[in-house]
Ligand binder design. Structure first.
Ligand SMILES: NC(=O)c1ccc[n+]([C@@H]2O[C@H](COP(=O)([O-])OP(=O)(O)OC[C@H]3O[C@@H](n4cnc5c(N)ncnc54)[C@H](O)[C@@H]3O)[C@@H](O)[C@H]2O)c1
Length: 256
């Protein structure tokens, strides 16, 4: 394999790696030689994904984490160091998304608003804080934050979620500025509506069956595989001179 996209022996934590798109990131990066840590609030799913990767010859560790809890994030980083000795990359993919009801902004309970911010924003901050000392000491690190294309088009019905993902955009730029001198890159991606297994379970089947793609340049549904290449790029040495950027991946629906 050419050196540019080689992930061999890179130790990469994927939060939310037990299900949905996170599972696909973990499987694909492990197949390219990364040592992956699937970290999820659903510890059984995290372990099941890691076990399947090990069974097919890859290296993986499953960890239960609640990213809204700072101690739990620190324990995730410690377990990674115990198992693999370093932390090269962090994919901040865990979020409250598919399980959130779709409803008008005026019907969102304040408690639900707070919970979304706790997980989607404070959780992101706490995960970065947990891995930073290791990356700083190594004078190298790769962080990718998963935002959403909703921040460009202002889609309705999950105002707290969209707001949190817009926060991820600013967080990415500002953190990138602070850790650039440690040789750590911080980038983000904004996926469009993606048919992850969890998204399918939580969407109206009628809506899924009758969707049109007239507003996209590439006229088909977006699937998890469409995101993998970009995330792997941001985890690889090929992106070592790219930081603070946000890459939109939505079949060309929005140009950014
Ligand atoms: N599927 C889409 O259409 C879409 C579009 C844009 C962005 N995204 C983003 O991509 C990412 C993955 O999306 P998905 O479709 O797989 O959705 P998902 O809802 O299945 O992903 C969330 C994952 O995070 C885990 N999680 C939730 N709360 C957690 C916590 N407190 N601590 C640790 N783990 C926790 C869940 O168990 C799950 O595995 C999310 O950040 C989502 O916002 C998804």
């Amino acid at each position: 394999m050419g050196k540019h996209f080689d992930l061999t022996d890179r130790v990469i934590i994927i939060t939310g790696g037990g299900k949905g798109i996170g599972r696909v990131y973990a499987e694909e990066m492990a197949s390219l030689g990364a040592k992956v840590v699937t970290a999820d609030i659903d510890g059984e799913s995290a372990e099941a994904v890691a076990a399947a990767i090990r069974q097919s010859g890859g290296q993986a560790l499953g960890v239960r984490v609640d990213i809204a809890d700072a101690d739990s994030c620190d324990a995730m980083a410690a377990a990674t160091l115990d198992a693999f000795g370093t932390i090269t990359g962090l994919v901040n993919n865990a979020a409250l998304m598919s399980t959130l009801p779709r409803r008008s902004w005026f019907e969102i309970p304040v408690e639900e608003w707070d919970k979304v911010m706790d997980v989607n924003l404070r959780g992101l901050f706490q995960c970065c804080r947990a891995v930073y000392p290791t990356m700083r000491d190594a004078n190298y690190g790769k962080i990718v934050n998963i935002s959403s294309s909703r921040i460009w088009d202002g889609s309705p019905n999950r105002l707290h979620y969209t707001t949190s993902k817009a926060g991820v955009f600013g967080f990415t730029r500002a953190l990138a500025s602070e850790v650039g001198s440690d040789n750590i890159t911080v980038n983000a991606v904004t996926p469009g509506f993606t048919l992850s297994d969890t998204q399918i379970q939580n969407s109206d089947p009628q809506y899924l069956a009758t969707r049109k793609f007239d507003d996209q340049l590439i006229k088909r549904a977006q699937v998890p595989d469409d995101l993998v290449g970009a995330v792997m790029f941001f985890m690889s040495g090929s992106s070592d001179f790219i930081s603070g950027q946000t890459l939109n991946i939505d079949g060309g629906r929005t140009m950014h």
